[in-house]
Design a protein around this ligand. Sequence first.
Ligand SMILES: Nc1ncnc2c1ncn2[C@@H]1O[C@H](COP(=O)(O)OP(=O)(O)OP(=O)(O)O)[C@@H](O)[C@H]1O
Ligand SMILES: [Mg+2]
Length: 698
Amino acid sequence: MHPNNNNFPPQTNNRATGFAQTGASVPPGSYPVNRPNFGPGYPMARPGATGYAPTARPTLPQVRPNLRPVNQVGNQIPNLQINRNSPEYLRTLTADQLRREVIETELEIQKTLLESERAYRKNVSTVLDLIAPSAIDVTTTHLLIGTKYARSFFVLVFPRIIVSGWLEGIINSDIPLDLAIYIYPEDSGEVMKELRKKLAKVQAAIQINQERGAARDPALETAYQDIENLRDMIQQAREKFFRVGIYVTVYADDLEELERYSQVVEGVLSRQNIIMKRAALQMDDGFNSCLPIMKDDLVVTNNLNTSPLSACFPFVSSDLSSDSGILYGINRHNTSLIIFDRFQLENANCLVLATSGAGKSYAVKLEILRSLMLGVSVIVIDPEQEYKDLAETVGGTYVNMSLNSPNRINPFDLPKPLPGESKADILRSAIIDLIGLLKLMLGGELTPAEVSILEQAIQQCYAKRDITPNADFNNIVPPTMGDLAEILSGIVGAENILQRLYRYTEGTFAGLFNQRTNININNNFVVFNLRDLQEDLRPIAMYILLKYTWNEVRSELKKRYLVVDEAWFMMQHEDSAKFLLGLVKRARKYWLGVTTITQDVGDFFNSPYGRPIVNNSAMKILLKQAPSAIETLADVFNLTKGEMQVLLQSGVGQGIFFAGSRHVAIDIISFPTEHQIITTNPEEVLKRQKQKQASLDN
Ligand SMILES: Nc1ncnc2c1ncn2[C@@H]1O[C@H](COP(=O)(O)OP(=O)(O)OP(=O)(O)O)[C@@H](O)[C@H]1O
Ligand SMILES: [Mg+2]
């Protein structure tokens, strides 16, 4: 047949499988440069090709060696070679021969490809090669992995009763070890069948004893009771049944140390009647089973029902793991989780101290994000606009406080009295707070005579609006700074005060502090942004905001956090520092936890109100500290030399976590989705904004 005829490949069966596979599985352009090049005609460069057009004549690549024809007696004809790719040769072939030729060529290509791939891989070092130990020596009693010795154990038998936290001794020890717990749920129906059989056996044994007249066997009776109880529990779905494998691998630098560690681990468990065995002859299986790859090669399991299984939860070991609250981070001593509920301490206040950029705001944002999920309300005073993304993501209210924004708060507002609260007390404390605020606004010291003039004027302001201890506080219209200025103008001796107050009543800052409140913070998460305020106005604005939130807190009891970021603004002035301390002290009664964040240890502890804030904050987070601050902190927090070192050398998000009298080294870690929301890293923020914009554009 003429090789040029259109019947190749035959129309009825035109799918050349060899080509189809090559074309589909090898994407174009994915070849390393040192792979063989099969020439431009090679069809592998056509992704997704399932055959080739019937008219197209393939150009066979020069892969197969030339043919060396033989003569009739079987000897090769010298100097005669046939190029199998030459058109002359191909023209001599029948369609069948040609097809065979194509398939054979394809096989050759595959083989060459595989060989070259193998050769390529052999000479390339992968990450695995780099991190793998140079050798692993598996012996009957231990493994030698590179230069480290390892020995694995499995729990063979549990006693009848195990106490929760039985793993504590192992986890809290300084021994380097891995612990793996495999839990296989069992089908309750099958378990019930087994238990029935077991019960029948025990019952029979008891009966036989009775018939023989032998003394009763307490072990059998206990087993009988246990099985019956368990059957009831499973039947009522109060318990489930599991097979549980618990394995430990300890690591050491030499055999002596390995033996010492092994005895400690065995000793800790044998004291609790838990029998642990070395995985002799299966050290490699034991090691594999302790790797975090979910591969149980040992398969030595025990039957446990839910209650004893819950006692195996490894993280109860730490003092700071409680069964309620949120995750603050990882305990660096024993990698257990620090799960904690602030409201269970003697007060819910928290103090966060660290150098700039150490992760203070990050830690608090993480706490907020996780607490919101548990229904805690949060109010944040944010002088640096660090909480905006968080507020937007969780649907919070973001209030921008600045001269140009329309949001206003009147410092003369009063809280709605809670049942049983005296209105006279509310009025008195409002007047005291206002005097504090006015001292801050007027700058410089006021003489006792001036203070008494102010007090008189404020009282008159309220009285003018019919606000007296007998009034109905739900229907009042509080006065404003303007009213105060008016009254002061009628008092002899108030000229100096009036002059200094002018800035806030009619001068440049008049709009901000001289108007009625027009915001409503009816949301679980509210952030007040002060970034756009002039720096000297910030302490005043923070004071007013704190007073406003304090009124809100007093009007409605609910679980709340109040976060004061960059609190050093308030600590710089005596009156605002005093107000903050007052808030921290009184917060507990109103179910409020005040979080004070500051980077300036000097300012904080130079103020006479710094230490009392520490004493009134049951929870404290100290992250990285500057050498200049560490002595002061060591004195205030009774830090040991080791703890001072930890704070000096901490990375971002690392430090010491105090809860009441207990403290541990902490690593504050977030999940990637949380990180995206709370990071202030400009690069990451920009990336996120671009992504947001792109999704809006689409
Ligand atoms: N635990 C953490 N894990 C990962 N990144 C973190 C962590 N803590 C902080 N960062 C990153 O470090 C940077 C600084 O953190 P953060 O803004 O919380 O510092 P800060 O202590 O509040 O500083 P400043 O006092 O200047 O406000 C941010 O970019 C944040 O994303
Ligand atoms: Mg910050």
